[in-house]
Design a protein around this ligand. Structure first.
Ligand code: DC
Length: 229
C-alpha cells in the first residue's frame, strides 16, 4: 500500500466540445508543466477509421467483435492501427463524422476507457476528451470543462482549415456540423459530454488561447500544491 502510494502520478483532465480550445491548450500546458499529453479524441477517430474501412459504422455488434482484433497504439502524437501510422487520416471529414457515431457504442467506450487508464499509469499526464473527468479519471487532481459559443467554435475551425490549406466550408455549415456532433456527444447514455461536478467550467469565447493556458496553468499549479505533489 505504502509502496503503491509512494509516487502519486498526477492526472489533469480537460473536457469540452469541439472548438472549445481544449486540444491546443492541453498541448501547450503539457509542454509548459512537463506533463505527457493524451488526445483521447484521436483514439475514437482511429476506431472510426477502422470501422469505416470494415463497413462497421452502422453495425455496433460487428464493431464490438472487431475491437478484439484491433491493435491501436498512441504515442508521442502518432496513432497506429495494426502498426500502420494513421495519424494523417484522422481529421478526414468522414472520420470526424464517424468518430461521434462509434463514440456512442458502449463496447467502444469500454475498450477505450481501459486503454486510456493504461496509458496514464505512472505518468503525470493531461488527458483531453469528453469524459475524462467524469468517467475515466474521476479522481484526477484537477479537472476542467472548456466551452465557447458555437459561432466562435465554428470560426476557430474555419481558421484551422485555412491554416492547413484545406478548402474552407461556410461558417453556417461548420456551425451546423459542430452542433450535430455536440448533440450526439452530449445526449448519449454512456460517457456523455458533461462537466464533472468538481470540474472548473471555463468559457473561452472571448479569451485568447494564451489567456486560457495562463489561467489553467495557475489553477493546476495551485491544485498540485494543495495535493502536496
Ligand atoms: O476531440 P475530437 O473532436 O478529436 O473527438 C472526436 C470524437 O470522439 C467526438 O465526436 C467525441 C468523441 N470523443 C468521446 O466521445 N470521448 C472522448 N474522450 C474523446 C472524444
Amino acid at each position: 500500500m505504502a509502496e503503491a502510494s509512494a509516487r502519486r502520478e498526477s492526472v489533469v483532465t480537460i473536457d469540452g466540445p469541439a472548438g472549445s480550445g481544449k486540444s491546443t491548450v492541453a498541448k501547450t500546458l503539457a509542454v509548459r508543466l512537463g506533463f505527457d499529453y493524451l488526445d483521447t479524441g484521436a483514439m475514437y477517430r482511429a476506431v472510426a477509421l477502422s470501422a469505416g474501412r470494415h463497413n462497421l459504422l452502422e453495425d455496433p455488434a460487428g464493431l464490438a467483435a472487431h475491437l478484439e482484433t484491433l491493435s491501436l497504439e498512441i504515442a508521442g502524437g502518432v496513432v497506429t492501427l495494426g502498426g500502420e501510422d494513421v495519424t494523417g487520416l484522422l481529421r478526414d471529414p468522414d472520420v470526424t463524422r464517424g468518430s461521434s457515431i462509434v463514440a456512442a457504442v458502449p463496447a467502444v467506450r469500454a475498450f477505450l476507457v481501459q486503454a486510456q487508464r493504461r496509458a496514464a499509469v505512472g505518468r503525470d499526464i493531461i488527458c483531453e476528451g469528453r469524459d475524462q473527468g467524469t468517467v475515466v479519471f474521476p479522481r484526477a487532481v484537477c479537472k476542467f470543462f472548456l466551452t465557447a459559443h458555437p459561432r466562435e467554435r465554428a470560426r476557430r475551425r474555419l481558421d484551422d482549415m485555412v491554416r492547413q490549406g484545406k478548402a474552407p466550408l461556410a461558417l453556417d455549415d461548420l456551425e451546423r456540423q459542430i452542433a450535430e456532433r455536440d448533440e450526439r456527444d452530449a445526449t448519449r447514455k454512456d460517457g456523455p459530454m458533461v462537466p464533472a461536478p468538481d470540474a472548473r467550467v471555463v468559457d473561452t469565447t472571448s479569451m485568447t488561447l494564451e489567456q486560457v493556458s495562463d489561467h489553467l496553468a495557475g489553477l493546476i499549479l495551485s491544485s498540485l500544491r494543495e495535493a502536496g505533489r
